[in-house]
Design a protein around this ligand. Structure first.
Ligand code: HEM
Length: 423
């Protein structure tokens, strides 16, 4: 039993410890989460969040335990649509909705192993490397659109478009349709994350998702007949191991949606937050002049910023973390952002230090069987984005402003970041 949690002054709800200092739904500009989370790690490292009906887990060791043990802490049932399908709307055959579909993010055990085995090679470092010239062009085209203005909103004019166009390009969708993908992704996230929604809005959003599925289904059918040099065609190639059943169209559709949802806001936040951090830490000029530091800076940014603040699991049996007993069937929120600031694992964790000896030990991409499948693509894309910005906007600066965040407990997203440069 952990004595620190026994000593806590925190109240309890039934047999569930609470930690009211932390409000998971407060936007970052209203609440600086880091000192509060440091207090939680010391005093109440596992606590119940009544707002979300979940246990929050804050320490590095506990978070790693959850990430690595998918038998006890399962992804199955952890993500679901909180808004039910309105009556009268027909779901086309093969459509992964109204559940979130059988993607890698919603499976475990043998089902998950098979999906990862079939898809991981498609997203490996060597498989995504040939897309570099296309991604460089996306970055430069975006900068062309605003460079003469001497100022831009980095979020809407660069980071968001960069992330969506890149994923569209590597999967093989027309880049011109990436704005539609943005809207569909937002609709998907709203249906997952909004418990109380009016009937009319629910109907509009669900109809949008069905359109998204029909668009993806058309593309899959086209690639079955006319394979191209893209990742969706690669997912259709017969498996090297003939004992494994190839991916079905339904599985490809569910996973395309997972790649887009998992790979857009994340990378956009990463790009934006890195630009902010480099300025805050006074490192901008030195990295513009010497890119040899970039790799370690990129890793330290992942540790420091909490791009994905945390994600869910469901417990399959009674368990215990940091002395707190958690019953089977509970929803867990493992907080990677807090784990990455755990003083028991990272010395002086609030300091931004690309030279720290364990800079690669962050859990920003998770660990274990669900380790981010898009990590090689995210690193490639972000590196290309940073180099394009350093090369073309070397005098970029961030004028005084309050950066507002979307209140989102999974990926707190900066709404805008005004930047300017010399013409
Ligand atoms: C900086 C950018 C990114 C960050 C910080 C990030 C982080 C994460 C995290 C924390 C997970 C959760 C793993 C778990 O449940 O244990 C994850 C899963 C995943 N990510 Fe990423 N991600 C990023 C970019 C991408 C991109 C570009 C893609 C595009 C393909 C992608 C695809 C996925 C997929 C498919 C999963 C589910 C893997 C599974 O459950 O087996 N991610 N990512």
């Amino acid at each position: 039993m952990n004595t620190e949690s026994d000593k806590s002054q925190c109240p309890v709800s039934g047999d569930r410890p609470l930690f009211p200092d932390y409000d998971p739904l407060a936007p970052d500009n209203k609440q600086d989460p880091w000192p509060i989370l440091a207090k939680a790690r010391r005093e109440q490292p596992v606590f119940w969040m009544p707002q979300l009906q979940m246990y929050c887990v804050t320490r590095y060791e506990d978070v790693r335990t959850i990430q690595k043990d998918s038998r006890t802490y399962s992804n199955v049932g952890a993500n679901f649509m909180r808004v039910p399908l309105p009556e009268g709307l027909e779901i086309p055959p093969g459509c992964p909705f109204p559940s979130v579909g059988e993607s890698v993010a919603n499976a475990d055990g043998k089902v998950h192993k098979r999906l990862r085995k079939l898809m991981q090679p498609t997203f490996s470092r060597p498989a995504v490397a040939p897309f570099a010239p296309q991604i460089e062009k996306i970055a430069n085209d975006l900068i062309d659109d605003f460079i003469a203005d001497g100022k831009a909103d980095l979020v809407s004019q660069f980071a968001n478009k960069m992330a969506m166009r890149t994923i569209a390009a590597v999967l093989g969708f027309a880049v011109e349709d990436s704005a539609k993908f943005r809207a569909w992704t937002d609709q998907f996230l709203l249906l997952m994350g909004t418990p109380d929604m009016g009937e009319d809005e629910a109907r509009t959003l669900w109809s949008g998702l069905i359109d998204w599925y029909l668009y993806i289904q058309d593309m899959i059918q086209d690639r079955r007949k006319n394979p191209q040099n893209d990742l969706v065609s690669a997912l259709m190639a017969p498996p090297e191991d003939e004992s494994i059943a190839p991916l079905t169209d339904e599985e490809i559709a569910a996973n395309i949606i997972a790649f887009i949802v998992a790979g857009t806001d994340t990378t956009a936040i990463y790009i934006t937050q890195t630009v902010r951090l480099l300025h805050r830490e006074g490192l901008w000029q030195s990295v513009v002049e010497d890119r040899s530091q970039l790799e370690r800076i990129m890793e330290e940014t992942l540790r420091h910023t909490g791009v994905v603040r945390g994600l869910n699991r469901v417990t399959t049996c009674d368990t215990e973390l940091s002395g707190v007993k958690i019953p089977a069937g509970s929803t867990i929120y493992w907080m990677g952002a807090s784990a990455n600031r755990d003083e028991e694992h990272f010395e002086d964790p609030d300091r931004f230090d690309p030279d720290r000896k364990n800079v690669f030990e962050h859990v920003a991409f998770s660990a274990g069987p669900h380790f981010c499948m898009g990590a090689p693509l995210a690193r490639l894309e972000a590196k290309i984005a940073f180099n394009a910005i350093f090369d073309r906007l070397p005098t970029l600066r961030i004028p005084e402003q309050e950066v507002e965040f979307q209140p989102n407990f999974i990926t707190p997203t900066p709404k805008r970041l005004l930047v300017e440069w010399d013409l």
